[in-house]
Design a binder for this molecule. Structure first.
Ligand code: FAD
Length: 406
C-alpha cells in the first residue's frame, strides 16, 4: 500500500558547505589543518548516530572513547604528557564537533577543556602521571564539579566543605549539572577548606575524587530538552573520605577555578560558531531545494534577505573566533575578551538557529534535519561557562572600572 508520506520529497540539508565568506580560515595549514580534517572525518563517521542518541537521551560512550582514540579531546591544554593543539586547532576541533553534534562538543569542553586542563594546571606530578593520559584518551571519564544546586552564577559562594583531619580530607556537599559526574570515572571537586589551624582555611581548592569512593553518589539529570546526548549529574558528597594527597596542590583559591573557566569560555564561542554554521548551511540548502509558489524558496527576496542576515552574523562569529585564537597565540588574550566572544557568539547563534528553524517550515522541527537539535543545544551553551548576563557584568566591570555584581 502506498502511504501519502511516500510521495513527500526528501531534503538533504546536512552536507558541509565550508561557508567562509571572508576566507577567515583559508590559511589554515599544516598540523592545524590535519587536526581540523580529523575532526571532520569523525563527524562524518558518527554524525548520523547522534540524532538517535539525542532522541533517546542516551550518552554514547563508545563515541566518547573514539574521540579519545583520535586524540581530539586535548582542547588547548599544554602539558608534555599530552598532544598540544594550537589555540586555532583547538577552536576548529570544537567548532567542527559542535557543528556535527552539540552533546559531543560538550564532551570536548568537559573532558578536555575543564577536567584535563585542571589536572594539567594544578595536579601533582603523581596525579598527572596517573590520570592525564587516560583522561586525554577517554579511557577514564572525568568531570569538573564547581556548580552547586544553590550556587550557579555565584559559584564563588560555594558551600561544599573539605574538612582536614589527620591524614585525610572529608568532603561534604552537593554539586549540580556536572558533565561526566555519573560516569564511573573521576571528579575534580571544588570545595572550601575547613581547617581553622591552617593558612588555607576558607579557601576554595580542588580535590580528585574517584567516583567509586564511598559517600559519592552521582545521579544522571533526566528530562533535559537540550544536549540530550550527554549526561550531566547531580552529585551528593556524603562525608567522602580522601587521602591527604587528593588535593590538587596547585589549586589555592577560587581564582584558580576561574582561570580554567576563562580558557573554556573561548571554546564556547567556537562551539556556538559550529552550531550556527550547521543551521545556516541547512537553511541555505533547504531554501534551494524546497519549492513553493512554483519556485525555490531561495528565489524569494525576503528569503534571500534572511539568508544574507544569517551570513552577516555568521561571518562576524568567525572573525571573533579567529581573532581569539590569534590573540591567544600571541599571548595577549584577556579573560574579558573571551567573555565578549562568548557573549556575541551564543547570542548570534540563537538568532541564526531560530531563523533557520523558521526557514525550514514544519520540517524545521524534525530532528532528522538537524536544526531543531542545534536550536535546543544552543540553549545550554548560552548558559554554561557563565550566562549572557554574567558575561555582560564581567565586560561591564572591565570597561567602566565598576563592579555591578551585587
Ligand atoms: P543562575 O545563576 O540561577 O541564573 C539564573 C538567571 O539569573 C540567569 O539568566 C542569570 O544570567 C541571571 N543572573 C544570575 N545572577 C545575576 C546577576 N548578578 N545579575 C543579573 N542576572 C543574573 N557546572 C559545572 O561545574 N560543571 C559542569 O560540567 C557543568 N556543565 C553544565 C552543563 C549544562 C548542560 C548546564 C545547563 C550547566 C552546566 N554547568 C556545569 C553549570 C553552569 O555553569 C551553570 O548552569 C551556570 O553557571 C548558571 O548557573 P545557574 O544555572 O545556577 O543559573
Amino acid at each position: 500500500m502506498t502511504l501519502p508520506g511516500d510521495a513527500v520529497p526528501r531534503y538533504d540539508v546536512s552536507a558541509r558547505l565550508g561557508t567562509d565568506y571572508y576566507a577567515v580560515f583559508a590559511d589554515v595549514a599544516g598540523d592545524d589543518l590535519a587536526v581540523w580534517r580529523r575532526a571532520q572525518s569523525f563527524v562524518d563517521e558518527v554524525g548520523g548516530r547522534m540524532h538517535a542518541a539525542w532522541d533517546a537521551a542516551e550518552y554514547p560512550l563508545d563515541l566518547v572513547r573514539r574521540l579519545g582514540e583520535l586524540d581530539l579531546l586535548v582542547d588547548g591544554v599544554q602539558h608534555p604528557a599530552v598532544t598540544s593543539f594550537s589555540p586555532l586547532a583547538a577552536g576548529l576541533v570544537t567548532m567542527e564537533i559542535s557543528r556535527g553534534d552539540g552533546s559531543l562538543g560538550t564532551v570536548v569542553a568537559v573532558q578536555g577543556g575543564l577536567a584535563l586542563r585542571t589536572l594539567a594546571l594544578y595536579g601533582s606530578a603523581a596525579q598527572q602521571a596517573r590520570w592525564l593520559v587516560p583522561v586525554a584518551r577517554a579511557e577514564v571519564l572525568a568531570a569538573f564539579a564547581l556548580t552547586e544546586p544553590d550556587h550557579g552564577s555565584d559559584s564563588v559562594s560555594l558551600e561544599t566543605v573539605a574538612r582536614r583531619g589527620g591524614d585525610e580530607w572529608v568532603l561534604r556537599g552537593a554539586k549540580k549539572w556536572i558533565g561526566n559526574g555519573a560516569s564511573g570515572g573521576i571528579t575534580l571537586v571544588w570545595a572550601r577548606v575547613d581547617d581553622a589551624s591552617a593558612p588555607d582555611h576558607g579557601q576554595v581548592r580542588c580535590f580528585l575524587v574517584e567516583q567509586s569512593a564511598p559517600g559519592y553518589t552521582g545521579t544522571v539529570i533526566a528530562g533535559k530538552g537540550s544536549l540530550r546526548g550527554i549526561h550531566q549529574a547531580h552529585i551528593a558528597l556524603d562525608d567522602v573520605r580522601l587521602p591527604a594527597d587528593a588535593v590538587l596542590p596547585g589549586s589555592h583559591t577560587f581564582k584558580d577555578a576561574s582561570t580554567v573557566l576563562y580558557a573554556t569560555r573561548s571554546g564556547v564561542a567556537w562551539s556556538a560558531l559550529g552550531h550556527a554554521t550547521a543551521c545556516y548551511e541547512a537553511a541555505l540548502q533547504y531554501a534551494q531545494q524546497r519549492t513553493q509558489f512554483g519556485r525555490p524558496l531561495a528565489k524569494f527576496q525576503m528569503v534571500q534577505e534572511r539568508l544574507a542576515q544569517m551570513l552577516e552574523e555568521l561571518t562576524g562569529m568567525q572573525l571573533y573566533c579567529r581573532h581569539l585564537a590569534d590573540l591567544e597565540t600571541a599571548g595577549g588574550l584577556r579573560p574579558t575578551q573571551a567573555s565578549l566572544a562568548k557573549y556575541h557568539n551564543t547570542r548570534a547563534a540563537r538568532r541564526i538557529a531560530s531563523t533557520a528553524r523558521d526557514l525550514l517550515g514544519g520540517n524545521g522541527i524534525l530532528l532528522e534535519h538537524g536544526v531543531m537539535q542545534h536550536l535546543a543545544d544552543i540553549e545550554a551553551i548560552h548558559t554554561y561557562e557563565g550566562t549572557e548576563s554574567i558575561q555582560a557584568l564581567l565586560i561591564g566591570r572591565d570597561i567602566t572600572g565598576m563592579s555591578a555584581f551585587v
